[in-house]
Write a protein that binds this ligand. Structure first.
Ligand code: ADP
Length: 471
């Protein structure tokens, strides 16, 4: 980790990055004002057409170098993630591998950005399509996956022949800067992928949306900011991909394998201390099995080890900051005031200011704020339901539509529920759905566009149709 810190630490830097476990400052980094980003956009714009003209095979081989360098630095990058974002080191190692997998994947996909010939509507005409890079792109990324949220956007952009400027979250610029350094080492021209940390994100968002040299904005973060950016991007009818908040239901039916459901629940809810946009947010459990499920889940949750992410065996790290902690505490307080019961947890953990005990709440009802707000903390609210129709009604009763999960064995029920859930991603008998091979993204107010899979490349490509006449 030190070699990266040595490269980025800037005593005069305006952005201080702290360790959420201790509050200690890890590094200060240089920030960029809109005026300083202007020449960076210029260079990215000028360099993009040169990058796009290189054979896809060359771009693929540079991306492959980048993938190899990221994996060769897996342990160092993982330490950096844990230091700035707090998650347990085992999860950070997993994130580096997951993030790198997008680079590997898009190195291959970029070579298959095929056009098509279409059976013609006239004897002397031919119809064909080609795919071309959208141009210079901008990305704004969140703090909860400081490596993977960057590679998920940058790898397909570079593979498609775009250039890209990334403004990382204020809390976690270090991982993004490390990725930029490794990309340059791998052979990505420095103008083609730039990272520009900032202390005040709003003017940077405005710049990205108003500069006509930038053709696309990819954003991952809160729905409120996503809406603002979409409105700003409308001025130039700029392409946008938005990966926003969720309110994931995790449904356990009475024919489920309960032990598997409990393990799935732990994986889905407690990863990154509950701070992922696909974390289970509401546990809907069929009434006949609710007591048994809650007792098994609570026993597992009470056993989770809380501590600083760098310590051995820790499963639950700190929340990102005081605001994150206060939000979780107030959601639990509101639920308890309205009649929810604490099965385990329910208070600050003794490890430090930002630590919250892994918690299970029972008797949760839809009038409690915790049932409708994204928790972003290690709290599992349990709501019981009577039948399939009621489960689907409660699950879909949200403006969000990112991820949903359910456990059931009956094949008819599996199909019915999977089809009825209004979410972009559904985990059936699984609590972890993220993979580079599948399209990640939401419907309703959870966003637009998909990341990963073959569809993820299309987000950075324009489809051009050509009609050849007079043959
Ligand atoms: P969170 O609540 O998880 O921090 P945000 O949506 O506030 O989610 O932050 C996600 C990213 O959006 C971060 O990089 C942050 O700097 C950026 N951001 C926050 N507010 C704005 C804004 N008004 N315009 C552009 N980017 C913003």
């Amino acid at each position: 980790m030190q070699k990266f810190l040595d490269a980025f630490h800037d005593e005069a830097g305006k952005l201080s990055v702290d360790d959420p476990a201790t509050g200690r400052i890890i590094a200060k980094v240089k920030t960029y004002s809109p005026g300083e980003i202007d020449p960076i956009i210029d260079a990215a714009w000028a360099g993009q057409s040169v990058w796009a003209r290189r054979p896809a095979k060359d771009r693929a081989s540079i991306l492959r170098n980048w993938f190899n360098l990221v994996m060769a630095n897996q342990a160092e990058l993982a330490q950096l993630i844990t230091a700035e974002c707090g998650k347990p080191i085992a999860e950070s190692m997993g994130e580096v591998a997951y993030g790198a997998a997008f680079i590997d994947w898009f190195a291959e996909e970029g070579r298959r950005a095929y056009g098509e010939t279409v059976p013609s509507m006239a004897p002397d005409k031919r119809v064909l399509t080609i795919k071309q890079p959208v141009g210079t792109c901008a990305a704004i990324t969140p703090w909860n996956f400081p490596v993977a949220m960057v590679t998920r956007k940058v790898a397909p952009a570079l593979a498609a022949g775009c250039s890209i400027i990334v403004k990382p979250a204020e809390a976690t610029p270090l991982s993004a800067l490390a990725l930029e350094q490794l990309a340059v080492e791998a052979g990505v021209p420095s103008a083609i992928f730039r990272v520009t940390p900032a202390t005040d994100p709003a003017p940077i968002g405005k710049l990205f949306c108003s500069d006509t040299r930038i053709r696309k904005l990819s954003f991952t973060g809160s729905t409120a900011v996503g809406k603002k950016l979409m409105e700003q991007a409308a001025q130039n009818v700029m392409k946008v991909s938005l990966e926003l908040g969720g309110n994931a239901p995790f449904i356990v039916f009475d024919d489920a394998d309960l032990d598997a459901a409990v393990e799935g629940a732990i994986a889905s809810k407690f990863r990154n201390a509950g701070q992922t946009c696909v974390c289970a947010n509401r546990f809907l459990v069929q009434d006949g099995i609710a007591e048994e499920f809650v007792s098994k889940l609570s026993a597992r949750v009470a056993d989770l080890q809380v501590g600083a992410g760098r310590e051995d065996g820790v499963q639950i790290g700190p929340l990102i900051n005081r605001a994150g902690f206060s939000k979780v505490q107030s959601l639990v307080d509101d639920a308890v005031a309205k009649g929810a019961k604490i099965a385990t947890g329910g208070a600050r953990a003794s490890n430090g200011d930002n630590f919250y005990q892994p918690t299970v709440l029972t008797g949760v009802t839809s009038d409690m704020t915790i049932a409708s707000k994204e928790i972003f903390g290690p709290v599992a609210p349990v709501i019981s339901f009577h039948d399939e129709t009621e489960a689907i009604r409660i699950a879909n009763d949200t403006p969000f539509g990112l991820a949903a999960y359910f456990y059931a064995r009956d094949v008819g029920r599996v199909w019915r529920v999977m089809e009825a859930l209004e979410f972009g991603m559904v985990g059936v008998n699984d609590g972890v759905i993220s993979t580079e091979v599948a399209p990640f993204g939401g419907i309703k107010q959870s966003g637009l566009g998909r990341e990963g899979s073959r569809h993820g490349l299309d987000e950075y490509l324009e489809l051009k149709y050509a009609l050849m006449s007079g043959l």
